[in-house]
Ligand binder design. Structure first.
Ligand SMILES: [Zn+2]
Length: 487
């Protein structure tokens, strides 16, 4: 087995301290931390002089399909208006388009120091075995670690939100009423088949399930998803209390909060994570903690869509497992885990002047690495220690962010943007160096992306007009109901 000795760098050991040590990497793992200067017979040397070596950041929530939807979210949209008004961007995509999106997404993440992601990708009208496998194979070929979770539902937003369809009339009402999702039993059958014949090694890219939003899923469907997740031992993630309107609608539809509804159905477990959690009550946080479930905090998307600032410190204090994610490169306009980590630390400061209630830089870093990996079900990912994954990011110590270098972790969390990322290793293999992705041809990728985006824009012109008209009605509905009383 090939051995690599990474020497000369300043290494962030155990997510707790910087040390001048060498790392021995074998078989995709860090097998030993050695005193600086120690040699290992037969090992290939990798010089990390003037590099700060950190574990790769782990993205707890994104959507690869957003990679071909950049610029497609008008700046005045909240989530529900986005779901109705920008749906056309996901129509008419081939399996090659799904794979292309995963490649685009993986390249952006790696370039910005991320080595693993939890991808809730969408295929319309419903998932297929071939589409799901195309996404998994795309991540595997680029080299990014991933959970690939088909994002699925059995109700459209027009069926999901009580009273929404009644806000429409005339031909537009007929048009939105005609949109439908596949029967949930068919969706579960496809997911089961896709998971059973998984095409790539499970230690690198593994399956998950993404029932999109509880309001958009029937009880029977959610129960079947949780059953499949338990049977196969795979993670399940849903958008949970992302907006206040979701909680208002949950009270009308279920007579409870979203999390209590999931608890009554038996959906919560250590495999469960919610994305966002902006509008969780203390009682809901206790339920999540009781089931050892988690939340992916996605601060940039919450700000961009006006969803709010998530009560992350209260989640942590309640015992909820918290990771950090970017959300997609349409709703967040990019996937930068350094930015998401920084926002996790700084937004907590906007919530209280009491520094003991802030998210510290150490907490933010841990959430953005081990925390997100835990949500994905990846053991021993997100920390530099013997026996852990050799997923490493090499930051340039001579870059302005670290000149002078006094409080290294604070400077990484508060200042780093990815601009100092000089190399990225995943599972012991270099995937990025010298400002170049080593596992695919980026010029060819860009050319394919531009052609696909152009084709999608033209092919979906009619759907785009219909979505824009529907979004105006949804906007009025949201404005009437989003501030309604909550218990
Ligand atoms: Zn999302």
């Amino acid at each position: 087995m090939t051995k690599t000795l990474i020497h000369g760098g300043q290494v962030f050991v155990d997510n707790s301290r910087f040390q001048d040590v060498s790392l021995l990497v074998e078989g995709g793992l860090i097998t030993a931390l050695l005193p600086a200067g120690e040699t290992v017979a037969g090992a290939t040397l990798l010089d990390a002089t003037e590099r700060i070596v950190i574990p790769g950041l782990v993205n707890g929530h994104t959507h690869s399909h957003g990679a071909l939807a950049r610029g497609g979210v008008p700046e005045d949209m909240i989530l529900e208006i986005f779901l109705s008004g920008a749906a056309w961007l996901n129509l008419g995509r081939s399996h090659e388009d799904l794979a292309l999106c995963a490649q685009l997404s993986a390249v952006e993440l790696i370039r910005k120091g991320c080595t693993a992601c939890y991808d809730l990708f969408i295929e319309l009208p419903g998932p297929t075995v071939e589409g799901t496998h195309a996404v998994a194979e795309a991540y595997h070929s680029v080299g990014l670690r991933a959970v690939v979770a088909p994002m699925i539902a059995d109700q459209t937003i027009y069926q999901a939100l009580p009273g929404l369809l009644d806000s429409f009339d005339g031909p537009l009402k007929a048009a939105v009423a005609a949109v439908s999702m596949p029967d949930w039993a068919d969706t579960i059958a496809v997911c089961t088949e896709a998971l059973r014949g998984w095409p790539v090694p499970l230690d690198r890219v593994r399956p998950g399930l993404g029932p999109t939003i509880p309001l958009h899923c029937s009880d029977a469907f959610l129960t079947a998803c949780a059953g499949l997740s338990a049977d196969m031992g795979i993670p399940l993630q849903t958008h949970l209390a992302e907006t206040r309107l979701q909680q208002v609608m949950a009270q009308r539809k279920f007579g409870t909060s979203l999390t209590e509804h999931l608890d009554r159905l038996g959906i919560l477990s250590e495999r469960f994570s919610g994305a966002h959690g902006v509008w969780l009550s203390d009682a809901e946080m206790s339920l999540l903690a009781h089931h050892r479930a988690g939340i992916s905090h996605n601060p940039m998307s919450n700000l961009r869509l006006g969803s709010g600032i998530a009560p992350v410190r209260r989640m942590v204090d309640a015992g909820v497992a918290v990771g950090i994610g970017t959300d997609a490169s349409n709703t967040s306009d990019g996937q930068n885990m350094f930015e998401a980590m920084r926002l996790a630390a700084t937004l907590s400061r906007a919530q209280t002047p009491l520094s003991q209630d802030w998210i510290s830089t150490a907490q933010a870093f841990d959430m953005a690495t081990r925390g997100s990996a835990q949500l994905m079900g990846f053991d021993r990912v997100g920390q530099i220690a013997a026996g852990w994954a050799a997923d490493l990011v090499f930051l340039d110590q001579t870059y302005c962010h670290y000149t002078p270098q006094r409080a290294t972790l604070d400077q990484i969390v508060f200042a780093e943007t990815g601009a100092a990322v000089r190399a990225v290793m995943i599972a012991g293999r270099m995937v990025f160096a010298d400002d170049w992705i080593l596992t695919l041809d980026e010029n060819d990728l860009r050319a394919r992306a531009l052609r696909a985006a152009d084709r999608i824009t033209h092919a979906n012109a009619d759907a785009r007009r219909m979505n824009a008209a529907a979004a105006e009605v949804v906007k009025g509905f949201c404005h009437r109901h989003c501030a309604a009383h909550l218990p």
